[in-house]
Ligand binder design. Structure first.
Ligand code: C5P
Length: 225
């Protein structure tokens, strides 16, 4: 099965309170984003990989992988969806077809297991829509108002956390993302754009430790492993 990869990496990462975007923070001797790229680069079936970076990014050129011929750089945009759209455009320029599978994976998710990637590809390769890695929520959920007081406790058996990679056909994903952006819909992952377009992405259960580094303690958790 052949596939393309887009890594959105143009976020500011303000919740990390660090001196640089979170994908450039060190994890076991290398930057987060180098671990993330390694999850894909030696995969059989990889047709090409695009990293979406802020035009002001001064850290990327310092990395060895900046010279890797398998990696193409695209500009990030204002929202994550803008960054991904730029990435899809770059894939088309590389020769990707409208029906080709694209995997979108957060730069800040460096701990993707090979087994999860294989399961995702194998489960979705014949799916009419595509889908994403996800994890059933383990804690009880609370719905609260702005005052921090609980108003209700939903049935947690219905809830999943949306992880990445998220895997869709290039043409369908581009249309869904650009239509949702044009309509002003809040889009925090690719699946939500597909849902907005009337499609039901499939959830593929993955490992809980494929975490997105968001807060300082997430990085401490990965460093301790
Ligand atoms: O902000 P959040 O942690 O949800 O970002 C998820 C991923 O999307 C990160 O890898 C981040 O760099 C990327 N992103 C982007 N362009 C933006 C905002 C976020 O590529 N405008």
């Amino acid at each position: 099965l052949s596939f393309w990869v887009v890594i959105p990496a143009a976020g500011v990462g303000s919740r990390m309170r660090a001196d640089r975007p979170k994908q450039y923070l060190p994890l076991n001797g290398r930057c987060l984003i180098e671990h993330t790229l390694d999850c894909f680069l030696d995969q059989p079936g990889l047709s090409g990989l695009v990293v979406c970076l802020s035009p002001d990014d001064e850290w990327w050129p310092e990395l060895a992988c900046a010279c890797d011929p398998r990696i193409t750089r695209a500009d990030g945009g204002r929202e994550r969806a803008d960054s991904v759209l730029n990435g899809l455009q770059a894939l088309t320029a590389l020769g990707a077809g409208e029906q080709d599978w694209v995997l979108v994976h957060d730069a800040a998710r460096p701990n993707l297991a090979q087994s999860d990637l294989q399961t995702l590809l194998a489960t979705l390769q014949h799916d009419p829509i595509g889908g994403l890695l996800a994890v059933p929520v383990r804690d009880t959920l609370k719905l609260a108002g702005p005052d921090g007081r609980v108003s209700s406790t939903p049935d947690r058996s219905l809830f999943w956390q949306a992880y990445t990679p998220q895997m869709f056909r290039l043409g369908a994903l581009r249309t869904a993302l650009s239509d949702a952006l044009a309509a002003g819909v809040a889009i925090t992952d690719e699946a939500s754009a597909m849902e907005w377009a009337g499609q039901a992405p499939r959830l593929v259960e993955g490992r809980a430790d494929n975490i997105k580094v968001t807060r300082p303690e997430d990085l401490e958790f990965l460093r301790r492993r």
